[in-house]
Design a protein around this ligand. Sequence first.
Ligand SMILES: NC(=O)c1ccc[n+]([C@@H]2O[C@H](COP(=O)([O-])OP(=O)(O)OC[C@H]3O[C@@H](n4cnc5c(N)ncnc54)[C@H](O)[C@@H]3O)[C@@H](O)[C@H]2O)c1
Length: 334
Amino acid sequence: MDNVSLGVIGCGVMARDLARRCVRLGRVRIAAVYDSDPDIAASAGVELVAEPVFDVGELCNRIDIDAVIIASPPGAHLEGVLAAAAAGKAVFCEKPLGISVAECDRMIAACRNAGVPLFVGHVLRLFPLFRHSIRLCRDSVIGKVRGVAITRTGYSTEFHSGWRSGRAMAGGLLYEVHVHEFDYMRALLGRPTRVTARLDDAYRKMEYEDTAYVMVEFEGGGTGLLHASNSSPIGEYNVHIHGSEGNMVHGGFGGNLRYQTIHGVATEVSLSEIGGQNPYDRELGSWIDSLTIGLEPLFTGEDGRMAVAMAECAYRSAGSGKPVSISEVLTPSD
Ligand SMILES: NC(=O)c1ccc[n+]([C@@H]2O[C@H](COP(=O)([O-])OP(=O)(O)OC[C@H]3O[C@@H](n4cnc5c(N)ncnc54)[C@H](O)[C@@H]3O)[C@@H](O)[C@H]2O)c1
């Protein structure tokens, strides 16, 4: 395929941004858009110069569509992916892939059986400080990575109403937001084995927790810690990576990255020094290249499923008060 004709499912903030970026990147046109709210579909149609349609199956079955972007709420991703797979259309699905491993399994199986590729938008890994930290750690600048502690806290009233406030569509804080951090932990530490978590709901503004403390154990002995909350008027983002010969800290979406070995001198790199392509353009470029010239995609359904598995283990652990093995939520053949 030389050019890609796209359908968009869910036409909110993220979908419109992704669609506009695809068009700017070239080789892409938006043919049709669908949203469960017809007024939103109609306005997206005007904005993206695409035909609004009012049924997800109708959108996926159009012969002028090669692929779909799914950016509906997480609890609706399953419906979109299954409709796209049934119609033989390639899929870009926003994170989280689903709000349970069982949902992810259904999506991956449907796409595999239909022979369509499934890409999941785990863009966090591509933000400059995250991307640079992964590269430096793979170059062993602090020795072998042994652990990572991430704090991501804030207070967004966006979570207090609409689909983000409910479990049915958001899944919970760890699905809707922090699959990003779980995916980043995997990029640094490999395969997760066991998760222990405690949750809290200090302000009771959503149907689910507003604070989570999660410990993830990895094959090879690595440890990941996540402190996440949407109950922190003083928000912060910071990452601390421990290596066998030194450590690295960075500020996530802003600030600098610093690292030092025990006997070395500190090295500091600023966001602007790292530079590089916009992370969303980079992920979409990878997706389009995978469809048009067959390049290996940056992220697949399996990446989406593993991040969801870590979140699901955390919820089970918080419920039981015990550590939960990844093997308990994945099938034995995994
Ligand atoms: N990767 C990132 O940086 C990032 C950032 C924000 C959001 N997201 C993800 O993007 C997705 C959408 O988030 P958003 O911020 O655009 O939300 P949004 O509320 O702006 O948009 C969601 C849209 O989906 C529509 N919708 C609801 N149910 C639907 C259904 N069953 N079928 C089709 N459309 C439906 C709504 O009417 C709305 O227009 C979520 O999965 C979210 O986690 C990712």
